[in-house]
Design a protein around this ligand. Structure first.
Ligand SMILES: Nc1ncnc2c1ncn2[C@@H]1O[C@H](COP(=O)(O)OP(=O)(O)OP(=O)(O)O)[C@@H](O)[C@H]1O
Ligand SMILES: [Mg+2]
Length: 509
């Protein structure tokens, strides 16, 4: 007696179908699992046995073999409990085999036969649809994320018994509302309108958001760096449906979605602690799991107190910053996760925090300041286009009520500039000015005569490197776009140069 149930597994952010074949044979009672299962899958034997018995069925006294195919890919986790149990019952004729071919079945079983949530329901539902399945049977807590996929039936089941009931009668008990459709209007709970003063910093962040530039903010403690950074996602364009699905997939495979969250509509803001390891930052594990760079995909990765991070961790960030994705190799497999992030960093200018402050004297020695700044590597700084100083607020401004623009107003300008870039880079591999290099820089960064003159004299006077030159051009492009000008004018270049000021002041570029 052989039965086959279709299940699903996730590798990277994609899912693939897994056939769960169950063979019941005469012989000494045994229960073997084959097809590269890991420890958690092997434990399925005990859960399945208990769940079947506690659902008032007999567990067959036979030689049971469960095969998970394809056999060349390592199977992880507890999502195969339900398909294995259903397969055993189907092999005994308790479950109708007929309906099994139309559905993908996933779910972890408790000993009583109740279902527990699984990881990766969204990619699994996408894959099930692509393979032409009618529906996906899964735990209720995963139903909403799967229901995002149109054109596939999502069948939430509470228990093994309910699953059997559905497969035999095509009847769903406890149907929960999965007709949840997307509402991509995000609610960020913070707004730029709350930030007092800091007009220069806000302007720089608007430019950064408009052109996709990475930013570093330097200033004394309490000047509002963290507060400003938290508000950057609120001025980025709303996520498109494709972006939201891609981001939700990453959270889905880590099991991080809450049960009532169908799709992540807010751009992520991740602020990993400075003790984060390499694996925590870029991803890792025996079968690599995504790290902070992928969890902040399409959003902001904020590195607060930048010099406190392990230098090694900052170095591994360079690859994802370059490629917008991260590739992690482990002995079992090599996986690539998306990691298209806006990097925002913040730091004090010295250990005490007051180097260069107008009102408070810095107590650090020259050597201490230099050592502190040197902790941040040149190659990483090279990836950061905008350097801004965030000075402490004037007490009068701090005591007054905030008067600045709201995030929505700033975002509408950012959206316009993003549209200009979309047209500009049509057919190219890139989306934002910040990603331009070589040929594209020359093609799209035309300066007026005065602009050229100013840039040339700045290079001589400030002794700028070739890299700094490129960055000024890119920034100038974004600033000109905000002005809706096709040529980069002298004012635009002047402002762009100003965002490189700190380079000379603090770092030796
Ligand atoms: N421009 C501002 N408008 C309104 N409140 C502000 C502003 N700047 C700072 N604050 C207040 O001060 C608090 C501290 O600011 P924040 O944590 O952003 O400082 P920081 O620059 O990150 O400091 P540190 O270097 O110590 O991390 C904020 O929570 C906020 O209440
Ligand atoms: Mg801070």
């Amino acid at each position: 007696m052989i039965a086959k149930v279709v299940s699903s597994a996730v590798l990277g952010i994609e899912a693939y179908l897994v056939d769960v074949e169950i063979d019941l044979a005469k012989g000494l009672p045994a229960f073997n699992l084959v097809g590269l299962p890991d420890a958690a899958v092997k434990e399925a034997r005990e859960r399945v046995r208990a769940a079947i018995k506690n659902s008032a069925f007999q567990f067959p006294v036979k030689r049971i073999t469960a095969n998970l195919a394809p056999a060349d890919i390592k199977k992880e986790g507890a999502a195969y409990d339900l398909p294995i149990a259903i397969g055993i019952l189907a092999a005994q004729g308790i479950v109708e085999e007929e309906s099994l071919k139309d559905y993908v079945v996933v779910g972890e079983l408790s000993l009583t036969g109740e279902l527990r949530s699984i990881k990766g329901a969204l990619p699994m539902a996408i894959q099930a649809k692509e393979e032409g399945k009618v529906g996906i049977i899964l735990p209720p807590s995963n139903a909403k994320e799967a229901a995002v996929v149109e054109g596939i039936e999502v069948i939430p089941v509470n228990s093994l018994l309910e699953t059997i009931d559905f497969l035999n009668n095509n009847e769903i008990k406890n149907r929960i509302d999965v007709n949840y459709r997307l509402d991509l209007e995000p609610d960020y709970k913070v707004d730029f309108a709350e930030v007092k003063g800091q007009a220069a910093a806000k302007r720089a962040l608007e430019i950064a958001a408009a052109g996709g530039h990475n930013v570093i903010m330097i200033g004394p403690p309490g000047s509002g760096k963290t507060m400003l950074a938290r508000r950057i996602p609120t001025i980025l364009p709303n996520l498109s449906l494709d972006e939201a699905i891609e981001l939700t997939k990453i959270h889905s495979i880590l099991g991080l979605l809450s049960t009532d969250e169908a799709l992540i509509s807010r751009r992520p803001f991740r602020s990993p602690h400075h003790t984060t390891s390499n694996a925590g930052m870029i991803g890792g594990g025996r079968i690599p799991q995504p790290g902070e760079v992928s969890l902040s995909h399409h959003g902001v990765l904020f590195l607060d107190e930048l010099p406190e991070f392990n230098r090694n961790v900052l170095e591994v960030l360079r690859q994802p910053l370059e490629a917008n994705e991260v590739t992690i190799s482990r002995s079992l497999t090599t996986l690539t996760y998306p990691a298209n992030i806006m990097l925002v960093a913040a730091m004090n200018p010295c250990p005490c925090g007051f180097f260069g402050d107008a009102s408070q004297k810095c107590s650090c020695s020259h050597y201490q300041v230099e050592r502190y700044l040197n902790k941040v590597s040149g190659p990483l700084l090279d990836r950061i286009d905008i350097h801004i100083e965030v000075p402490r607020l004037d007490p009068d401004v701090l005591a007054s009520s905030p008067t600045g623009e709201s995030s929505a107003e700033i975002r509408s300008r950012v959206n316009q500039v993003r549209q200009i870039q979309q047209q500009r880079f049509e057919g190219e591999e890139i989306n934002c000015n910040a990603e331009m290099s070589g040929k594209l820089l020359e093609e799209h960064c035309n300066l007026t005569k005065e602009g050229q003159k100013l840039l040339r004299s700045a290079i001589e006077r400030l002794n700028l490197s070739a890299r700094a030159y490129d960055r000024i051009l890119k920034l100038g492009r974004t600033i000109a776009d905000l002005d809706n000008e096709s040529m980069i004018e002298v004012d635009h270049i002047a402002e762009a140069i100003q965002y490189r000021d700190l380079d000379r002041k603090l770092f030796v570029s």
